[in-house]
Design a protein around this ligand. Structure first.
Ligand code: ZN
Length: 295
């Protein structure tokens, strides 16, 4: 079993995003996502949605599921995007998502694979919940970005940015080789579509000189044309689930993460699985599949 990176109780939003000089990256990521997201669909899930930084980009979807391992992050997302309506908040492990097969038109992971120890298992699970032909938009940190390549060539960095295996620079923080990532996607049954090079200007002096908006606009212009160089610190990919149209649509929504049965009875404060009898709490608008309710 792979270890899960847990942001429970963390102040990720204020420590990492707000007033931390990452406005340029934030805007550049939004430009990239807009380019790769299918413009509309019935149902989208953002896995590792955190505090809901990107949620307004999913406006054209009828239903949006925000999944995160951290309930405290989902609380922040609820405060921002409201309870009920088109948003469904789910606390769960991405390796065992509580959804029936082929539920989603679109899945998204941004700044998430960075913390994923077992990429093949994660891709397999994401493929399972996607409809045939469904789209997976992913972002990952690239280990052969320009700075790493230059540092390596100048002898200032011991690890090779060209070696295939993921580079764990801090515990549960990984950078990946693009070719390695593409191979894992193909193995999991994805066809690789357009790719984008993002945050190429993540350089302190540039960020001081140029406004975040201008820098992001320039980033947006170069994301497509420079993608094949694979030198940007962040790579976005649009992948398509190639699978047989096995399941009939419209069969249920949740699936028990323990026994995989799909008949769960919903009451006010819990879902109860008819297969194994486990109860899963509905805690003030958050479906909590991290631990079954103690009986
Ligand atoms: Zn069950």
């Amino acid at each position: 079993m792979a270890e899960v990176c847990d942001y429970e109780g963390s102040s990720y939003r204020t420590d990492f995003w707000e007033g931390q000089g990452r406005e340029y990256e934030h805007l550049a990521e939004r430009i990239a996502l807009r380019k790769l997201l299918p413009s509309a669909g019935a149902r989208l899930v953002e896995i590792g949605a955190g505090f809901g930084r990107l949620v307004d980009l999913y406006d054209s979807y009828r239903q949006v599921v925000l999944l995160d391992y951290s309930k405290s992050m989902l609380r922040q997302a609820q405060d921002r995007w409201g309870r009920g309506g088109k948003y469904i908040y789910v606390a769960a492990d991405l390796y065992a998502m509580p959804f029936v097969d082929s539920l989603f038109d679109t899945t998204v992971t941004v700044r998430v694979l960075h913390h994923v120890q077992n990429i093949p298992a994660a891709f397999q699970e994401i493929q399972r919940v996607l409809k045939p032909g469904g789209v997976y938009v992913l972002e990952y940190a690239n280990k052969r970005h320009l700075k790493a390549v230059l540092r390596y060539l100048l002898g200032r960095q011991s690890w090779s940015p060209f070696a295939p295996e993921p580079y764990e620079f801090v515990e549960l923080n990984y950078d990946f080789l693009p070719a390695w990532m593409q191979a894992r996607l193909r193995e999991a049954g994805f066809a690789i579509g357009p790719e984008l090079a993002v945050s190429s200007f993540r350089l302190p002096f540039l960020k001081r000189l140029v406004s975040p908006r201008s820098l992001a606009a320039l980033d947006g212009l170069l994301q497509g044309p420079t993608a094949s160089l694979k030198l940007a610190p962040s790579v976005f990919v649009q992948a398509k689930a190639e699978k047989e149209n096995a399941q009939a649509e419209g069969r249920g929504f949740f699936r028990c993460p323990s026994c995989h049965r799909t008949d769960l009875i919903e009451a006010e404060e819990a879902l109860t699985c008819r297969g194994c009898g486990r109860g899963w709490a509905i805690d003030d608008g958050i479906y909590d599949f991290k631990q079954p309710i103690a009986s």
